[in-house]
Design a protein around this ligand. Structure first.
Ligand code: KIV
Length: 262
């Protein structure tokens, strides 16, 4: 699974992965926020619609942003239902036992739900920042319990983010639904990384769990620099990038002067 937030990333990702996630990580990856909390339903719908227009074959999961599944069952169903009406196949939401009432309400409305446990970025204020979760007995047992509560509530898969590999392995072997890991070691049923992290379209620090398979930032900036240099030295555009007038029209426009205007 990887993320896509627009048509071009969806077109690149779709032939490669099984699941495309329109993640609320769009907030920090594309919109310049420092975290995902400012991301709204309106922003998510805008990006989901761009991805849907490419008609992806992969399972399309839309991420429920902060406050879109906290206020009431009705609000939650309307927000998640809106994603499905726009073309998503399923929704993802962060949180464990606290969120099972909303998970059940969605599944009752035929809306498939993917869970998300561990270092859930919408909880950074209560977690004290982006910190690996489940590193003590309490935290690890709590996470196992949460995973089973989500499975019982009807989730079809669970993202495990930022937890020790051994805990992710134990969660995965104890569930009948698949887990999808990000910073959760190799034993998960699947893996997810943010598209821009995989292709190196990032500036500055990236977390330990990211492996970049290209230096996209440098590659694209080099291409742009070569274009700018050729514009400045006059070698772009050349004849191949230029349109030509039909035969004879050159003479007509050459004779035109501001003073012989009709
Ligand atoms: O928003 C997102 O990209 C995510 C993934 C990191 C799982 O939730």
């Amino acid at each position: 699974m990887t993320t896509a937030y627009d048509a071009i990333t969806a077109r690149i990702a779709d032939p490669v992965v099984d699941i495309i996630l329109v993640g609320d990580s769009v907030g920090n990856v594309c919109l310049g926020f420092g975290h995902t909390l400012p991301v709204s339903m309106q922003m998510m719908n805008h990006h989901l619609e761009a991805v849907v227009r490419t008609k992806p074959h992969a399972l399309l999961v839309a991420d429920m942003p902060f406050l879109s599944f906290h206020l009431s069952r009705e609000d939650t169903i309307r927000n998640a239902g809106g994603f499905l009406q726009r073309g998503a196949d399923a929704v993802k939401l962060e949180g464990g036992a606290k969120r099972t009432e909303m998970v059940r309400a969605l599944i009752d409305c035929e809306i498939p739900v993917m869970g998300h446990l561990g270092l859930t970025p919408q909880s950074i204020n209560t977690m004290g920042g982006f910190k690996v979760q489940g590193r003590n007995a309490d935290g690890a047992l709590h996470l196992l319990e949460d995973a089973h509560r989500l499975q019982e509530a009807g989730c079809f898969a669970i993202v495990l983010e930022g937890i020790p590999a051994e805990l992710a392995a134990r969660v995965t072997e104890s569930l009948t639904i698949p887990t999808i890991g990000i910073g959760a070691g190799p034993a998960c049923s699947g893996q997810v990384l943010v598209f821009h992290d995989v292709v190196g379209l990032t500036a500055g620090h990236h977390p330990k769990f990211v492996r970049a398979y290209a230096d996209g930032f440098r590659l694209l900036q080099d291409a742009l620099s070569r274009w700018a240099a050729e514009v400045r030295d006059g070698s772009f555009p050349g004849p191949e990038e230029s349109y030509r007038l039909p035969e004879g029209l050159g003479d007509i426009i050459a004779k035109w002067t501001p003073s012989n205007r009709t």
